[in-house]
Design a protein around this ligand. Structure first.
Ligand code: UD1
Length: 352
């Protein structure tokens, strides 16, 4: 029998995670897949460019919720997604990662008794002050299929009493990255010797003093810094009257498309970030990374210092960048075939 799946995307990393799954779903004749774009990210270089580059089809629904406080943003999504689900009556809803769009989708569907599949389930930072941690925990508890990147996530879920429907499939961002590398679409820029940086977590950006101490630390490094700046960070710098010109060692560039971002990572000596996605991509690319966070949910990346955490004391950034990582622990996040495994499991589950 013909089945219908709705996927919910909304923020930049979700477009990247959805791309390989959409391709894998195309193999099933009896499956109709429609997507909802919540509009959480809406600037061209935060949204449209990823659809174009990764060949993802136009979403069937555009909610255009835009930026707002967490309650308003999630609430608007919840209301609109429920309306769509009542009309479409899908057999399953698929959500990705840990953003407000993820939670809104999972909540709307589960209340209508539509099974939820969560991709990138089981991650935990155990830091409830991060909105993402709340979104992840809630979404995992609402989901009936939980696709996790590694065994660590299985343990995290078990600890919360979740045993059923958990499937270790590897990390789906590796699928996308493999495609970019295999097809030679991502290439390093000509620039030599630099650190590539992104910083956008509220606890790093929302207080002027913290923001300035991060910029000063980057400005004092031994190599130039290329800083791809998230719109929330640039907006905050403007509001705080922080002039980027005061930081001569940092070259600020706008948010990059998928392939250019990977290209910048490939060309960099090391990566400095607070993004979950970049920590993993750095690890996949075997680029040492320093993460400006007190903890990480991607704990495998910490093995043998491929990723080093620096948070309170930013004078530790320089020495952290001097650490030479040990042996590379292969294969923690699978082989880059997560999308096919997910699609096959969903196919069996829905009896497509
Ligand atoms: C969101 C996710 C975060 C993820 C990140 C990826 C939540 C709670 N957070 O954080 O987990 O790592 O996406 O990038 O869901 N803005 C624009 N244009 C845009 C999008 C955002 O200017 O297209 C600005 C607005 O000022 C907005 C701010 O960025 O208020 C924050 O956007 P929001 O989507 O709320 O959170 P992110 O920081 O992007």
């Amino acid at each position: 029998m013909r089945k219908k799946i709705i996927t919910v995307v909304g923020a930049r990393p979700q477009f990247i995670k959805n791309a390989p799954l959409e391709i894998a779903f195309r193999e099933f004749e009896n499956l109709e897949v429609k997507s909802i774009h919540t509009g959480q990210h809406y600037d061209d270089n935060m949204s449209r460019i990823f659809f174009e580059e990764l060949g993802i089809s136009e979403p069937a629904y555009q909610l255009n919720v835009g930026s707002a406080g967490h309650g308003i943003q999630t609430g608007r999504m919840l209301e609109s997604i429920e309306e769509i689900l009542l009309k479409e009556r899908p057999d399953m809803l698929v959500v990705f990662g840990d953003t407000n769009s993820t939670l809104a989708g999972a909540l709307a569907a589960s209340k209508l008794h539509i099974p939820v599949a969560h991709i990138e389930a089981g991650l935990r930072s155990y830091n409830k002050s991060m909105p993402e941690e709340i979104n992840r925990v809630m979404t995992d508890h609402l989901s009936s299929l939980l696709f996790v990147p590694s065994d660590v996530s299985v343990k995290n879920l078990n600890r919360e009493g979740i045993y059923n429907g958990v499937h270790v499939v590897g990390d789906i961002m590796l699928d996308t990255l493999k495609m970019a590398i295999d097809q030679k679409i991502a290439t390093a820029p000509d620039e030599k010797s630099y650190y590539y940086t992104t910083i956008h977590r509220p606890y790093n950006t929302d207080h002027k003093e913290r923001m300035i101490s991060i910029l000063s630390a980057l400005n004092n490094l031994d190599l130039p810094v290329v800083f791809s700046i998230h719109p929330r960070t640039s907006a905050l710098l403007e509001t705080m009257h922080v002039s980027t010109e005061a930081y001569a060692n940092i070259r600020f560039i706008p948010p990059q498309g998928y392939f250019d971002n990977i290209g910048y990572m490939m060309g960099a000596d090391k990566i400095i970030t607070d993004s979950g996605g970049l920590q993993k991509e750095a690890w996949f690319l075997k680029k040492p990374c320093v993460t400006i966070r007190p903890e990480t949910e991607w704990i495998e990346t910490l093995e043998n210092n491929w990723n080093v955490l620096v948070f309170d004391d930013l004078t530790l950034l320089k020495p952290a960048l001097e650490i030479i990582p040990g042996d590379y622990p292969e294969g923690c996040y699978g082989k880059g075939n997560a999308a096919n495994k997910i699609a096959e499991t969903i196919k069996d589950n829905l009896k497509i």
